[in-house]
Design a protein around this ligand. Structure first.
Ligand code: C2E
Ligand code: MG
Ligand code: MG
Ligand code: MG
Length: 284
């Protein structure tokens, strides 16, 4: 039947809900093709020790070189990938790719990979990680999986199970975006996290909002009581750095130390850092 025939309500086709569903499935189809065509890339952002600014590793951040759109950030497509289940194959690619990249780095540098709740609920998630480590010949200690509070809320039993499996492999697990959601330090005590990353919103607000500053300081104190090292996210300037250092924060990530960058650039940064360390020890 031709469009506009009597009996079909044009309004039905114009309904926003319908529109949103259609847009989502169109993007989902594009994402599936993007994976097959190799349009995804990992970029890498340095993570540093606050004590001496030494870079200890990189967080792998997903990018989509989307035809006609340029380099697309995860905020624009990861939610659709999560809603459609595509985060599973895409996430598996991310883990494999991150392990392959890090296996080629000097041993001093680790890699952190983000995982969504939908990935963790796969019964073979730890096996997937283990296979990726073996295939890349990467030491498990050099891989860290970052989970958000969304995983904590989704299914406690399953989360604990998968964390135990990952830790049995020797992989580390970090709590990402801490403070942005509902998780409390009390809840964190029940899970064997190796590190806590304070959400960027708190670091950003620290200088102008006493409540944000207090939250950061309280988190640092409590994490210390739990023996959990803390990494501040979104450290952009020296004033953030100074304040965090004063309150005993161990690690940081943010534009101050470096923006996410392509693999080759991260590699050059590592070579310079390693060269600098070698030069320093030769001079002493
Ligand atoms: P995240 O894991 O919290 O990653 C940190 C985000 O903060 C990155 O955004 C990074 O570019 C940004 N950032 C880092 N330092 C600064 C800073 O100093 N200032 C500001 N303004 N921003 C900073 P990006 O790459 O857009 O990623 C956004 C989120 O997408 C990530 O947040 C993570 O939740 C998700 N994501 C990224 N890659 C993956 C992936 O491979 N798998 C899954 N499941 N999620 C991913
Ligand atoms: Mg992260
Ligand atoms: Mg984060
Ligand atoms: Mg985030």
């Amino acid at each position: 039947r031709a469009k506009g025939d009597a009996g079909e309500s044009p309004r039905f086709y114009e309904s926003r809900m319908d529109e949103a569903v259609r847009a989502r499935s169109a993007v989902a189809m594009e994402l599936r093709e993007a994976l097959a065509r190799g349009e995804f890339e990992l970029w890498f952002q340095p993570q540093a020790l606050l004590a001496d600014g030494r870079i200890t590793g990189f967080e792998a951040l997903l990018r989509w070189r989307r035809p006609g759109h340029g380099l697309t950030l995860p905020g624009e497509f990861v939610p659709v990938a999560e809603q459609t289940g595509l985060i599973r194959p895409i996430g598996a690619w991310v883990i494999g790719e991150a392990c392959r990249a890090a296996a080629d780095w000097p041993e001093a540098f680790g890699v952190s990979v983000n995982a969504s709740p939908g990935q963790l609920t796969q019964t073979d998630f730890a096996e997937q990680v283990s296979d990726a480590l073996l295939a890349a010949r990467l030491a498990p200690e050099r891989l860290e999986i970052e989970l958000t509070e969304a995983s904590l809320i989704a299914d406690h039993g399953r989360l604990l199970e998968v964390m135990v499996e990952l830790k049995a492999l020797g992989v580390r697990v970090a709590m990402d975006d801490y403070g942005a959601g509902l998780a409390s330090l009390g809840a964190l005590r029940s899970f064997p996290f190796d590190r806590l990353k304070i959400d960027r919103a708190f670091i950003d607000a620290m200088d102008r909002d006493p409540a944000a500053a207090a939250m950061v300081e309280a988190t640092l104190l409590q994490a210390r009581a739990l023996n959990m090292p803390v990494m501040a996210e979104g450290v952009e300037d020296a004033s953030h750095l100074e304040r965090l250092r004063r309150h005993g924060c161990e690690q940081a990530q943010g534009y101050y130390f470096g923006r996410p960058m392509p693999l080759a650039e991260a590699r050059r940064l590592m070579d310079r850092a390693a060269g600098g360390a070698a030069a320093a020890s030769a001079a002493s």
